[in-house]
Design a protein around this ligand. Structure first.
Ligand SMILES: Cc1cc2nc3c(=O)[nH]c(=O)nc-3n(C[C@H](O)[C@H](O)[C@H](O)COP(=O)(O)OP(=O)(O)OC[C@H]3O[C@@H](n4cnc5c(N)ncnc54)[C@H](O)[C@@H]3O)c2cc1C
Length: 316
């Protein structure tokens, strides 16, 4: 398999690094996960297209890895190729966004073209330095811009969809398509962007504001985050989605699950919807704890929690 996989990258033009048999625990914020056969870092669109086409022709599964901050990879690892777009990290100002004679930012709006591999926090920092407002509430969400678009990431009442104009994707036949916001049906932590397309970039809109007020809002949100969430410990953020009209964290707490532990995974005592890897956790520990917590919440509230994290790979 490895030899065949290596050959795939030699068949057509491919610029970028390829790492074979990589433990996914190195590439996820949870620090859990068995090996992926190949992890590829294409450096340009042509390399990405070639690897997509080759993997499709050879029937090799392919998935996109952002920064792995919303992922639980099972202990048996992932067959096929993980593609990481960290070389796609351009942020450009869109001039004349509204087809006015003036640059967009003079009208009060700023249009930005943002590639998927940009870290969300780098984008927020760029916006702060340039005096563009609209994404401050997302400060502190780890991960890439592409991952945030795919997940419709959000916090404190804001979501990435609020600023999206359009999203550019590559389909599995290598074609490129621009999807307008109203085609995307963004909803809570999801969109109808198909699971098998690759988000290359998006155009977003922000408003002009002073660096000082933007910085203040960012700092306020970061403070709120710090006091309510376990930052700096291995987790994948919220494990379950908030059900309609309720908070998953509160339901888990009310079901008496705070501090519950299975193997090396523990329900955080700061925010019950965060499960922490205490050191040597396995995906089995994690999934078993998810099931126990779900059962307890169902018993105490009648509500069935749905996972927010993406679970991929095979059992070990
Ligand atoms: C401490 C902590 C706090 C968090 N707080 C929040 C929060 O407040 N709000 C929130 O919404 N989330 C939060 N998260 C979860 C996570 O950070 C977000 O969901 C983030 O947007 C995921 O981005 P990523 O690049 O890490 O994606 P990954 O975890 O790598 O991938 C997530 C999914 O997106 C897909 N994907 C990634 N990039 C692309 C692409 N370019 N094209 C197509 N598909 C792609 C992957 O295939 C996968 O299905 C938190 C996580 C942690 C660890």
């Amino acid at each position: 398999m490895d030899k065949e996989l290596k050959e795939i990258f030699d068949k057509r033009y491919f610029k970028g690094e390829v790492r074979l048999d990589q433990p996914m625990s190195f590439y996820t914020s949870l620090r859990i996960g068995g090996p992926v056969k190949a992890l590829a870092f294409p450096e340009d669109v042509e390399s990405l297209r070639n690897i997509i086409i080759e993997s499709r022709e050879e029937n090799i599964p392919l998935f996109v890895l952002g920064a792995g901050t919303n992922l639980l990879v099972r202990d048996g690892g992932v067959d096929g190729i993980a593609v990481c777009l960290k070389a796609f990290k351009k942020i450009d100002l869109i001039q004349n966004m509204n087809n006015t004679p003036e640059p967009a930012f003079d009208t009060g709006d700023a249009g930005l073209f943002v590639e998927s591999g940009v870290l969300l926090n780098a984008l927020i920092n760029f916006a702060r330095k340039s005096g563009y407002s609209g994404i401050e509430a997302l400060a502190g969400i780890p991960g890439t811009f592409g991952g945030a678009v795919f997940m419709n990431a959000g916090s404190f009442g804001s979501e990435i969809r609020d600023i999206i104009i359009s999203v550019t994707v590559m389909n599995m036949d290598g074609s490129i398509q621009i999807l307008k916001k109203d085609e995307l049906n963004f909803s809570y932590r999801s969109s109808n962007i198909p699971g098998d397309v690759i988000i290359l970039s998006a155009d977003i809109t922000l408003k002009k504001d002073t660096g000082e007020s933007i910085s203040k809002r960012i700092n306020d949100y970061l403070e709120r985050r710090k006091s309510s969430q376990p930052i700096g410990t291995p987790s994948a953020g919220c494990v379950f989605k908030n059900p309609d009209g309720a908070f998953a964290g509160r339901l888990i707490e009310e079901a008496g699950c705070k501090g519950m532990r299975n193997g090396d995974v523990e329900v955080s005592s700061l925010h019950a919807n965060y499960f922490i890897n205490k050191g040597g956790a396995t995906s089995r520990d994690f999934i078993e704890l998810m099931e126990s917590v779900r059962a307890k919440v169902k018993a105490s509230s009648g509500i069935t929690l749905e996972p927010e994290i993406k679970i991929i790979g095979k059992d070990g």
